[in-house]
Design a protein around this ligand. Structure first.
Ligand SMILES: Nc1ncnc2c1ncn2[C@@H]1O[C@H](COP(=O)(O)OP(=O)(O)OP(=O)(O)O)[C@@H](O)[C@H]1O
Ligand SMILES: [Mg+2]
Length: 306
């Protein structure tokens, strides 16, 4: 069943078309990620789905509630972790969550139990009485996730949950997100710049750029479409001839290498090599990064810079 339905959503800020007609259904219980560079429209989409921002046209239903006509119902049924940190640094972990429970009118006894449970879920139980200012970046993020889940929302939005964290803290957060999905059965929508994050967490990934979703599928299917393996060749190459071979999917030039994607690349290697004077050849398993590169022609960091 679709827990989120998005109908032709657009958003304009003066001259900027931040969203250009988004149509997506998100299934109950799935982890759905929006993978895209700076300015792609990820936060704008999340802000609209959480009813913080009004769309220019189109609408969406979240948990059955219309984001324009029923914003309060939408907000009650969701949890959000914003891109920008939003904890009170001078309060303890427990106090931050307690404040949130009051905002959501949770009965005191119920709130107390739920706060302790959630602190446990994100591995912060032992730190509950410490003030947040003494926490690491990763611990703060985990506390925000606990806060987002406190009122048992059916949908949790995570806007760049691991931006700026070191690789180890990032992985720790991934483990907690997986745990939350399993234990709380929450539908999770997350935005990210990180290929590995999208790949490791998502049931489905949508690649978003310049306000449009340009590809959407499970990580496995996205890779399968390109072929399981890709071939990287450095050297002289007749790329036009190779492109015209019927088993070739795509060929792009990046960082001195021709990157060739094909259904059955090993079986067809001899055919490809007819048109190549190789200096270096490398086979590798197709990654989500290859998918991104093939679709956009660029790496995500390059699009960030534009
Ligand atoms: N309040 C605003 N006023 C004007 N333009 C805005 C506003 N918010 C966003 N934009 C523009 O809309 C586009 C999409 O921005 P958005 O923040 O949604 O991108 P993003 O994908 O979340 O990027 P990042 O990865 O940097 O967080 C950008 O061009 C941005 O400058
Ligand atoms: Mg953003």
């Amino acid at each position: 069943m679709a827990i989120i339905e998005i109908f032709n959503l657009t958003k304009k800020f003066k001259d900027t078309e931040a969203l250009k007609g988004i149509n997506v259904e998100i299934e109950e219980g799935e982890v759905f990620s929006l993978l895209g560079p700076n300015g792609a429209g990820k936060t704008t989409l999340i802000s609209i789905l959480t009813s913080i921002l009004k769309p220019t046209s189109g609408t969406a239903r979240v948990n059955g509630f219309d984001i324009i006509k029923q914003p309060l119902e939408v907000r009650k049924s969701i949890g959000i972790v914003f891109q920008e940190p939003s904890l009170d640094e001078l309060l303890t972990a427990y106090e931050n969550l307690y404040l949130h429970s009051m905002l959501y009118n949770m009965p005191k006894d119920k709130a107390r139990k739920r706060i302790l449970d959630m602190l446990n879920t994100v591995g912060l139980y032992d730190r509950k009485d410490h003030i947040v200012r003494t926490f690491s970046g990763g611990m703060k993020r985990r506390l925000e996730i606990a806060r987002g889940l406190l009122h048992t929302p059916k949908v949790l939005f995570l806007d760049e949950p691991t931006l700026g964290l070191d690789p180890l803290s990032r992985r720790t957060i991934w483990d907690y997100i997986k745990k939350v999905k399993k234990e709380e059965n929450t539908t999770i929508i997350l935005t990210t710049h990180y290929m590995e994050e999208a790949e490791s967490l998502s049931d489905r990934v949508s690649i978003i750029n310049k306000g449009e979703i340009i590809e959407l599928d499970s990580p496995e299917n996205l890779k399968k479409k390109l072929g399981d393996e890709i071939l990287k060749i450095k050297g002289e190459i007749d790329s036009e001839k190779i492109k015209n071979l019927n088993f070739i999917k795509n060929i792009v030039f990046k960082d001195g290498y021709f990157i060739i994607t094909s259904k059955e690349i090993t079986q067809n290697l001899s055919e490809i090599l007819k048109y190549v004077k190789p200096k270096d050849i490398e086979f590798k398993k197709t990654s989500l990064e290859d998918v991104f590169l093939n679709i956009t022609g660029k790496k995500i960091e390059e699009l960030d810079e534009e």
